[in-house]
Design a protein around this ligand. Structure first.
Ligand SMILES: *[C@@H]1O[C@H](CO)[C@@H](O)[C@H](O)[C@H]1NC(C)=O
Ligand SMILES: *[C@@H]1O[C@H](CO)[C@@H](O)[C@H](O)[C@H]1NC(C)=O
Ligand SMILES: *[C@@H]1O[C@H](CO)[C@@H](O)[C@H](O)[C@H]1NC(C)=O
Ligand SMILES: *[C@@H]1O[C@H](CO)[C@@H](O)[C@H](O)[C@H]1NC(C)=O
Length: 452
């Protein structure tokens, strides 16, 4: 508030100056003709300027303008570019080709009941909840299934948190999905009509549509037959053939709360001083365990710890800390090595908080490549190149770090991996809709229209 007083006073002063100048012009004009008009007008202007500068409503309007100018600039920027570029506000036709989605209203045991545990809507796998909610509010959603191109089946499978370690148990995921499909195929004609090819699901945990936390079991079971025709929005994605993406799919980011990112940026601005050179906090096994022939992170994290644990350029921490976002926003480079699966929440937080992601997960398929220029906003280091990691980062810091940061700090980039409620232009749900609108050849409605 104290800061706001100053521009207000300056503005009052500015108004007075302008009135004084006007008065002078008027004076020159009238002087030649009628002196008494001059005297009258001077008195009138003096009196009215006195009224205007003390006018309460004017002051409170300028106060509103000034006090909002800082806090909601991003908001203003977003809404104004939107209005200027697309004045008739018809997002659906412009961006999503008129696509319509029907969201099934399933019994609460498939989704809402799980929200009794509040972690269900905030944890890493909460994209299944976030996308459902954003769609409920979206212009693309229709209440008439007969006019729908796609059918969204909202099943939350990641919220059965283990009482022992808090991790989500997903042993029930396949049967819950199967039961949901049974439900919609009995009650509606749309599943049978297309054998599910226009139906959309979310699989937001480790190995996506394989519904397993361990890769060997996931690969062995593969995508369940009942899902094979459908479209799966999943966090898992690699560039080579893999049984867990043997289905039409869209790679989505893991869920990070946009509010948490917002709070962090309010405390430490994006463009502030970044005193940490390279950051990583998370599980790094000193003595890696051999779990039926597999090692966590393929031992990449262990190698990082061994090689850089004592290197002053690296800020590496093995223990949990709730305030870790404040560390990311202080860092230039954020390491995003694989865990059991190649994807990582660190990628989302690094991008949203403007720390250059260093992706160490060979052949990972990254979300929304048609809008996110990954090569210009991140670095990729091969899993077997950990020995050179320090040298690579030094080289980039000395050559093009600032240009990478400039690309990364673009608002369009930073918002694309976050799921908002309601959806916002350019956010993660928006990108999902763009991706779906490219699969409209699967739409029963569209194919019927085309053959007529
Ligand atoms: C949740 O997981 C536990 C094992 O942690 C299992 O016993 C239980 O049946 C699961 N709940 C449901 C509804 O599938
Ligand atoms: C869809 O097919 C299944 C299996 O053939 C059948 O049980 C179900 O009744 C069908 N649904 C509708 C709405 O006809
Ligand atoms: C890990 O354990 C498996 C048996 O589960 C064994 O075959 C393999 O040689 C072990 N690998 C290493 C590197 O110790
Ligand atoms: C930065 O430099 C690296 C290594 O020289 C190069 O691979 C990368 O494409 C450059 N990135 C940008 C955005 O200039």
């Amino acid at each position: 508030m104290v800061e706001n007083q100053r521009p207000l006073k300056n503005r009052g002063f500015y108004v007075r100056m302008r009135l004084l100048n006007n008065r002078k012009t008027e004076k020159n004009f009238y002087y030649r003709y009628l002196k008494w008009i001059l005297w009258f007008s001077i008195s009138f202007y003096f009196f009215s300027s006195f009224l205007i500068t003390r006018n309460k409503p004017t002051s409170s309007i300028s106060r509103t303008i000034f006090s909002n100018s800082k806090s909601s600039r991003a908001l203003i920027e977003e809404s104004s570019t939107y209005q200027i570029k697309y004045p008739n506000n018809n997002k659906n036709n412009l961006f999503f080709k008129g696509m319509k989605i029907y969201v099934y209203d399933l019994p609460s045991k498939y989704n809402r009941d799980w929200l009794s545990n509040e972690r269900c809507e905030t944890h890493l796998f909460a994209a299944e909840v976030a996308i459902h909610r954003a769609l409920m509010d979206s212009e693309t959603t229709t209440l008439d299934p007969w006019e729908a191109d796609f059918f969204f089946v909202p099943v939350y499978v990641s919220c059965n948190f283990s009482k022992v370690n808090g991790f989500p148990a997903i042993g029930h995921a396949r049967s819950l999905m199967a039961s949901a499909i049974n439900e919609v195929s009995e009650k509606f004609p749309f599943w049978n009509r297309s054998l599910g090819s226009d139906h959309v699901f979310v699989a937001s945990h480790d190995f996506g549509s394989c519904f397993h936390t361990m890769e060997d079991a996931a690969m062995e079971d593969g995508v369940p037959d009942f899902l094979k025709n459908s479209i799966v929005l999943q966090t898992f994605g690699v560039k080579y053939k893999h049984p867990c993406q043997d289905v039409e799919n869209v790679v989505i980011p893991p869920y990070i709360s946009p509010e948490s990112v917002q709070r962090t940026l309010e405390k430490s601005p994006l463009t502030g001083h970044r005193d940490i050179f390279a950051f990583f906090r998370g599980k790094m096994e000193v003595h890696p365990k051999n779990i039926s022939g597999r090692f966590y992170s393929k031992q990449v994290r262990t190698m990082i710890w061994r090689k850089y644990g004592n290197d002053p350029r690296f800020y590496l921490r093995r223990h949990r800390f709730a305030g870790y976002q404040s560390e990311i926003v202080r860092s230039k480079f954020c390491l995003c090595p694989l865990g059991w699966a190649p994807w990582s929440p660190r990628l989302v937080e690094s991008v949203a908080l403007g720390c250059v992601p260093v992706i160490i997960a060979d052949d990972i398929r990254l979300p929304f490549p048609s809008v996110l220029p990954w090569a210009e906003i991140s670095l990729t280091v091969a899993e077997n190149d950990i020995d050179n990691l320090g040298k690579i980062l030094e080289h980039v810091a000395a050559t093009n770090l600032t240009s990478i940061q400039r690309n990364l700090w673009d608002l369009d980039v930073r918002r694309a991996l976050l799921f908002n409620n309601p959806m916002r232009e350019g956010d993660a749900t928006w990108q999902v809709l763009v991706a779906l609108s490219k699969k409209l050849d699967r739409s029963h409605k569209k194919s019927r229209v085309n053959t007529q």
